[in-house]
Structures are given as C-alpha cells and as structure tokens.
Write a protein that binds this ligand. Structure first.
Ligand SMILES: C[S@@+](CC[C@H](N)C(=O)[O-])C[C@H]1O[C@@H](n2cnc3c(N)ncnc32)[C@H](O)[C@@H]1O
Length: 237
C-alpha cells in the first residue's frame, strides 16, 4: 500500500490528532527548565512521534535565559531540522509576535524536515493568539529566501536570530552578513557549534574572527570539544 493510500492518510490523520493532544499536555509553562524537559516528555505517534533537539542542555539553557530576558518580538532561526530549538524559542517567548524558521530540505547537518511536519510545528504556538509561525523552505544564502523573509517581516526587524544551518565558514559568514542587516539595533544573534572542530564545521573559525567586534558570551560545557552556543549583542549596553 503506497504512502498516499486512503488507509495511510487516515492513519496519519489519527497519529496527528493523537500527537496534537499529547503536545498540548506538555505546553504547560514558559519556564526554561519546564520547556526543555517537555521535549523529552512529549511522546507522539507516527510521523509526529518526537521533537528532536541537537543541543547540550546547559549550553542551551544559558542561551535561553538571555533570550527570554530580552523579550524578543520577532525571532528567526536558520536550521530547524526536527523542531527542537524552534519549539524552545516558541515556548519561552510568549510575547513573540513572529517566529520564522528557515531550513533547506535535505540540507547538510541534519537533512531538514518533511513538509508534512509544518502542521505539527504550527501547533507549538496553538495556545498563543498573538504569535504567528512561518516556515521558509530554502537555502538561507539564496536571494529568494532573503526576499521571502523580508516579505514575512514587513516593517519589522529581527530581535533574535539563531544561526544553526550551513556550518561551513563561508555559510556562517554569509548568513551573519545577510541577516544582520534585517535586525533591530539592539538585537541578539545566537550561533550554534562554536566549539565543534570536526571536518566541515567552520563556525568556530568565523566566531573567533568576529566575536571581538561585539559584546558577546559563550556557553560551552566545561571540557567539551563539541557544540557550544555563542551570543552576540549588537548593542553594547
Ligand atoms: C543541526 S540542524 C538544526 C538543529 C536545530 N537548530 C536544533 O538544535 O534542534 C541543521 C539544519 O540546517 C539545515 N540547513 C543546512 N544548510 C542550510 C542552508 N544553506 N539553508 C537553510 N538551512 C540549512 C539542515 O537542513 C538542517 O535541518
């Protein structure tokens, strides 16, 4: 039986309905620990069985504390994969009015997400009337993606940008340079993998080149040689 058969469609519909209910039961608070732990507690069905997060708990928690204190209204994330950090930004920021995901289908460093998951990700803010979620599926570095983002932003600027997509030196550089122009003067920019030294990972090199130009913080698990979050404050004070 093909994946588009009536049977498969009904099975998927039932899995989505059940998963939606399970998700609702974990959307209890905007407390950072509660939100981070709810990712593991969530157990959905079928295609919507899990929310996956590619992060070290304390490194993400420390970043979340700064982001939550900043109260961003407009958030953009490059690199969503299975929704982990997108879920976190959505849940810890009840004041947010726009949260935008940019991800390249079949992209490197995770492979993106199937289009079918958009309706599931959209449920992350089902209890928040004032938050709208947008999903741009394309290469963050392409002009068409930037144009789509501008259309979603309208007159708004990005208050918090999280970069976790193309991890090459050239990719990170282009993302930062392209998107920083669309940010609020006091915006925050988060970078993942500032402490990953594997082949194909150039974030650490770019991060070390630019961090000194800004007020910045690094969240790295002691002794670790992988992952790590960096945060740039576009305004000093
Ligand atoms: C490491 S995953 C993101 C993980 C997620 N932020 C989290 O922590 O839960 C990287 C994602 O970036 C996407 N990606 C890779 N290159 C990209 C590009 N040029 N433009 C947009 N997304 C890209 C991949 O498709 C993948 O889904």
């Amino acid at each position: 039986m093909g994946k588009d058969s009536i049977y498969e469609k009904l099975k998927d519909k039932a899995a989505f309905t059940l998963s939606k209910g399970k998700l609702k039961s974990v959307l209890t608070s905007d407390n950072i620990d509660v939100v981070l732990n709810s990712i593991k507690q969530y157990k959905g069905k079928g295609f919507y069985d899990k929310i996956r997060l590619a992060q070290e708990y304390d490194e993400l928690k420390d970043l979340c504390i700064r982001v939550q204190n900043h109260k961003p209204k407009v958030i953009a994330e490059i690199g969503t994969w299975n929704g982990g950090t997108f879920y976190v930004w959505t849940r810890i920021n009840p004041q947010a009015k726009k949260i935008i995901s940019i991800d390249l289908p079949d992209g490197d460093y995770g492979g993106g997400y199937d289009e079918k998951r958009i309706k599931f990700f959209s449920e992350f803010s089902s209890d928040r009337e004032n938050t709208s979620l947008s999903f741009i599926r394309g290469d963050s570095k392409s002009d068409s993606t930037v144009e789509m983002l501008k259309a979603v932003l309208g007159k708004d600027t990005i208050d918090f940008l999280y970069i976790d997509g193309d991890h090459t030196y050239e990719g990170i550089k282009k993302d930062f340079e392209n998107y920083v122009r669309l940010m609020s003067a006091d915006g925050l920019v988060g970078f993942h993998d500032i402490n990953t030294f594997k082949d194909g990972y150039g974030v650490h090199k770019y991060w070390n080149e630019i961090k000194g130009n800004y007020k910045y913080e690094e969240f790295i698990k002691p002794g670790s040689r992988v992952m790590g979050n960096g945060l740039i404050y576009l305004r000093e004070d």
